[in-house]
Design a protein around this ligand. Structure first.
Ligand code: TYD
Ligand code: MG
Length: 456
């Protein structure tokens, strides 16, 4: 017989405590413990996700494993295919996380409608079939009879629907709305999420059914529900971007079937998400000739090089404390770069407000855009424009040295492809063949050398 027991579970890390405490012993977060009911005894053993693997497995040498065992389903969406590592693997559970309103439901519905001759079961716990239909009309031109929608939150009912519909792809929007009868705690709590995901995972592995699972993220930016969810699924994708900007980035955080270096870029239009196959052209489209405070950086996001516009404004500080404001860049890094600029280039930036903006609302983590940041600030400060034919890449060190960057060749060839006349690169270029590029390459050891080339 199933016995139930009450425990307190940290909603942040998933650790359990028999008593309520204000601060989780495990992750030290405050006020995250919530009472949940736990099944113990036989019933709990039977519901363990461990039974996912079939008993028929047998160890074989890795050299004898045939890769044909992984036929991938083309999702009809090149960006998504690439992020998944070349398509959807049968039986894979793909978790898509993102802030509310970023476009998770749109992305998945659009993909579901575009899958040719593939039967999709779209289970929504958040929207009615009518709402889904309205969205479907916006994103797809043709009516698709292969996509079945149902509004449902009970896992037991969903399993019935899977039996009856026998879909090729399952979509669950969202995991936080699911509930199972076996557990008494509220939908969205750690134990509900864990149990429901495990149940669906078991069915999807048995049937070799790929699942898109949509998940919400907490205000701190991690996927709601404990880490355990990320461990269970095969692929974790994060959909991010600024809601007020049009670009969205689909980033792979975990992928059992491919690399996590890939990203997909989309643009949110009135008619759904559009794949952006050449990000550089879009990010540079608004560029105007000869403006001060603008520098183009050859950046890298994942494995894809693209050119991105960095804009800076340095103006006289009205109050004693100068303002620093950034969009899409790390504020502390900007402060460091400003200090370098002050020391090396002798600019009194302490008396200046500095605003920095990365075009398109993208967040760039690539340290190679340092040089463009410094150049943009300097250009605005002196009110001297950088030639629009020049781009640059390089990490800037504390003593003003320009440090080497990864994948230099890719950056140079992207700049050459887009018609830039020259590129400033770090002086250390060991192992890079520079002769083959149809672009003037300027090597710089120190930021002073780069400035001499740019502003002389
Ligand atoms: P949605 O997919 O519901 O986001 P999520 O599931 O991540 O919460 O959609 C997010 C926003 O996208 C919504 O506010 C409206 C906008 N949108 C468009 O701009 N164009 C469209 O074609 C659609 C369907 C939505
Ligand atoms: Mg949604």
């Amino acid at each position: 017989m199933a016995k139930t027991k009450s425990v307190f579970v940290c909603q942040n890390c998933g650790s359990e405590s028999p008593k309520w405490v204000g601060k989780c012993y495990s992750c030290n977060e405050w006020n995250t413990l919530v009472e949940e009911t736990k099944i113990t005894g036989k019933a709990a053993k039977n519901s363990r996700p461990g039974s996912v693997l079939s008993e028929r497995t047998k160890p074989i040498p890795v050299s004898q494993v045939s890769v044909e065992d992984l036929p991938r389903l083309d999702t009809g969406n090149n960006e998504l295919n690439r992020v998944l590592g070349g398509g959807l693997v049968p039986g894979a559970m793909v978790l898509i996380g993102g802030e509310p309103g970023i476009g998770k439901s749109t992305l998945v519905l659009q993909t579901a409608l575009n899958l040719p001759n593939v039967k999709v079961l779209y289970v929504s716990g958040e929207e009615s079939p009518q709402q889904i239909k309205l969205r479907a009309d916006r994103v797809a031109k043709t009516a698709d009879d292969n996509c079945h929608v149902v509004s449902e939150v009970s896992v037991e009912h969903i399993l019935n629907h899977i039996e009856n519909t026998n879909p090729d792809v399952l979509v669950i929007d969202s995991v936080q709305t699911l509930e199972t009868e076996r557990i008494e705690s509220a939908p969205g709590s750690v134990s509900q999420i864990r149990e429901c995901t495990a149940t669906i995972l078991r069915v999807c592995k048995e049937k070799n059914l790929p699942v898109f699972l949509i998940g919400h993220i907490t205000k701190e930016g991690s996927l709601a529900g404990p880490k355990v969810l990320e461990h269970m699924v095969d692929v974790v994708l994060q959909f991010e971007g600024d809601r007020h900007h049009m670009y969205r980035i689909l980033r792979s955080i975990k992928n059992r079937f491919g690399s996590t270096n890939e990203i997909g870029i989309y643009e949110m239009l009135g008619s759904g998400l559009r794949e952006v196959s050449n990000p550089s052209e879009l990010l540079l489209a608004t560029q105007q000739k000869q403006m001060s405070g603008v520098a183009i950086s050859a950046a890298l996001e994942g494995l894809r090089p693209f050119l991105i516009e960095v804009q800076a404004l340095a103006s006289t500080a009205a109050y004693g404390n100068p303002q620093r404001s950034v969009t899409g860049f790390d504020l502390r890094r900007l402060n460091m770069l400003l200090a370098v600029l002050e020391k090396r280039a002798g600019f009194k930036l302490a008396a200046k407000d500095v605003f920095l903006n990365i075009a398109g609302g993208l967040k760039v983590n690539d340290p190679a855009i340092d040089l463009a940041v410094i150049t943009a600030v300097l250009s605005s400060n002196m009110d001297m424009a950088v030639s629009p034919d020049v781009c640059m890449c390089g990490e800037v060190g504390l003593s003003g040295e320009i440090r080497p960057v990864t994948r230099l060749e890719q950056r140079i060839s992207e700049a050459a492809k887009l018609g830039f006349k020259s590129i400033i690169i770090p002086a250390y270029t060991k192992g890079v063949e520079l002769g083959k590029f149809d672009i003037q390459i300027v090597k710089a050891n120190k930021i002073e050398e780069a400035f001499k080339f740019l502003f002389a």
